[in-house]
Design a protein around this ligand. Structure first.
Ligand SMILES: Cc1cc2nc3c(=O)[nH]c(=O)nc-3n(C[C@H](O)[C@H](O)[C@H](O)COP(=O)(O)OP(=O)(O)OC[C@H]3O[C@@H](n4cnc5c(N)ncnc54)[C@H](O)[C@@H]3O)c2cc1C
Length: 358
C-alpha cells in the first residue's frame, strides 16, 4: 500500500488534517490503532442521553472549534450552571453556595463531542481511513517512509504525520533511531488529561436542579474532586460527572470505587443520588493509546505546549508532528488539536505546493 501523506492517529487532529488534505485534492491515508475514531474524544450514548467521557467543553475565544461546529451543522449549548455550588470538606461535611459555578461560560456540543469527530470522518472516503491498525514501526528509506502495522502490513508514504500524543508516539520503533534530544523531547511532553478518570452517574430526573443545586461541587474528601452537571441540552436521562482525584493505582478496585462514588454523591446531593440508572467510570490512565506509564503521575498545572525545536525538521521534514500537545496557543485543548492540524497542513503545503501523484 502506498500514499503521499500517511496520518497516524484518527483523533480530532488527524481527522481535521485528513479533511483538509481531501479538500485540497491531496493523496493521504489515515490510520488508527483503536477500533473507533475520536481518540480522547469519546461519547457514550444511553437512551437519548450522550455523555462525554473525554473532553466535554470548549470556551469563548476558541475560534476553530466554534467554526467547525457550525460548519458541521451542530449546535453548542451552555454548561448548566444555575443554582448553588456544593463544597465538601475533608470530613465529608457539605456546605452550599461557596464560590461560583466553576464552569459557567463553558460550551458543550449537542450530541457530544463525538458528533464533531464523526462529522469529520463522514467527509472522508471510507477507503482513506483504516481502523484497528496500530503503527509499530517507521523506517526511512531513500525515497519514502515505510510504516509497519502490528500485523506486519506495510504502508509506503512520502511523508508521515504523527497526530498523536508525543509520548504515545515514542513507543513506535523509528529506524534510524531518532536523535536523543528528539526522544527526550517526545517523552518529556505530558499528555493533557491522560492520567485522568471521569465518573458518571446517570439519573431519570435532575433532582439536584429541583433542589436549587447546579450540580457543581468541589470536594476535599473524594473520590471525586470536581463534579458538574453532564446532562444533555434538553431532556434526559440526566447526569452528574466528576473527575476522580484518587491516583490511578489506587482506583483499580472497581466495586469499592463505585461504592465510594455513590456514597459521595449521596453526601453531596441527597438520598435521590442513591438510585442512578447507571454509574460508570472511564479511566484514561490505563488506555495504551492515550497514556504511557509516566502519565499516571497527575499533573498539577496546564503545561506550556508547542513544537520543540528537537521535534521539527525530522527526516528532511518528512516526519511531522500534529496532535494538540504540539500546538503553541491552545496546546492540550480540542482547539489545540485543530491548531496543530492547521500547522501540519501549512508544512505539507510548503513542501508540496501543487497536487502531486506518487
Ligand atoms: C478526561 C479528559 C477530559 C478532557 N477535557 C477537555 C475539555 O473539556 N476541553 C478540551 O478542550 N480538552 C479536553 N481534553 C483534551 C482533549 O481531549 C484533547 O485536546 C484532544 O482530544 C486531542 O486530540 P488529538 O487528536 O490531538 O489526540 P488524541 O485524541 O489523543 O488522538 C490520537 C489518536 O492516535 C491514535 N493512536 C495512538 N497510537 C497509535 C498508533 N501507534 N498507531 C495508530 N494510531 C495511534 C489514538 O488511538 C488516537 O485516536 C480532555 C481529555 C481527557 C482525556
Amino acid at each position: 500500500m502506498q500514499t503521499e501523506t500517511l496520518i497516524i492517529g484518527a483523533g480530532l487532529s488527524g481527522l481535521s488534517l485528513a479533511t483538509q488534505l481531501a479538500q485540497s485534492g491531496r493523496d493521504f491515508l489515515l490510520v488508527e490503532a483503536r477500533d473507533r475514531i475520536g481518540g480522547r474524544i469519546l461519547t457514550e450514548h444511553s437512551g437519548a442521553g450522550y455523555f462525554d467521557l473525554g473532553p466535554s467543553w470548549f470556551w469563548p475565544g476558541q475560534p476553530r472549534i466554534a467554526a467547525l461546529i457550525s460548519q458541521l451543522g451542530l449546535e453548542r449549548f451552555d454548561q448548566y450552571s444555575i443554582g448553588a455550588l456544593s463544597f465538601e470538606d475533608e470530613q465529608g461535611r457539605v456546605e452550599r453556595g461557596r464560590g461560583f459555578a466553576s464552569m459557567e461560560g463553558s460550551y458543550r456540543v449537542e450530541g457530544g463531542l463525538a458528533a464533531v469527530t464523526n462529522g469529520l470522518a463522514a467527509q472522508l472516503k471510507p477507503d482513506r481511513l483504516m481502523q484497528s491498525t496500530p503503527i509499530v514501526g517507521l523506517t526511512r528509506t531513500p525515497n519514502a517512509i515505510v510504516a509497519t502495522g502490528n500485523a506486519g502490513q506495510e504502508i509506503k508514504a512520502k511523508q508521515v504525520v504523527l497526530a498523536l500524543p508525543p509520548r504515545v508516539a515514542s513507543r513506535i520503533t523509528f529506524s534510524p533511531v531518532l536523535p536523543q534530544a528528539t526522544q527526550a523531547a517526545m517523552t518529556g511532553i505530558a499528555t493533557w488529561m491522560a492520567g485522568q478518570a471521569k465518573a458518571f452517574a446517570v439519573y431519570k430526573t435532575p433532582f439536584w436542579r429541583e433542589k436549587g443545586l447546579s450540580g457543581d461541587a468541589m470536594s476535599r474528601c473524594g473520590p471525586m474532586v470536581e463534579i458538574h452537571d453532564a446532562s444533555p441540552a434538553e431532556g434526559g436521562p440526566y447526569a452528574l460527572f466528576g473527575f476522580i482525584g484518587v491516583p490511578p493505582q489506587a482506583r483499580q478496585d472497581a466495586p469499592s470505587l463505585h461504592q465510594a462514588l455513590q456514597d459521595q454523591l449521596i453526601r453531596l446531593f441527597g438520598p435521590k443520588a442513591a438510585d442512578p440508572i447507571s454509574l460508570f467510570v472511564k479511566d484514561w490512565a490505563f488506555d495504551r493509546y492515550t497514556a504511557i506509564e509516566t502519565d499516571q503521575r497527575p499533573l498539577t498545572a496546564h503545561p506550556a505546549y508547542g513544537l520543540p525545536q528537537a521535534m521539527s525538521g525530522l527526516w528532511d521534514n518528512a516526519l511531522i508532528f500534529a496532535g494538540t500537545e504540539v500546538a503553541t496557543q491552545f496546546g492540550g485543548y480540542v482547539e489545540g488539536a485543530l491548531e496543530a492540524a492547521e500547522n501540519a497542513m501549512a508544512r505539507i503545503e510548503r513542501k508540496t505546493p501543487a497536487r502531486q501523484e506518487l
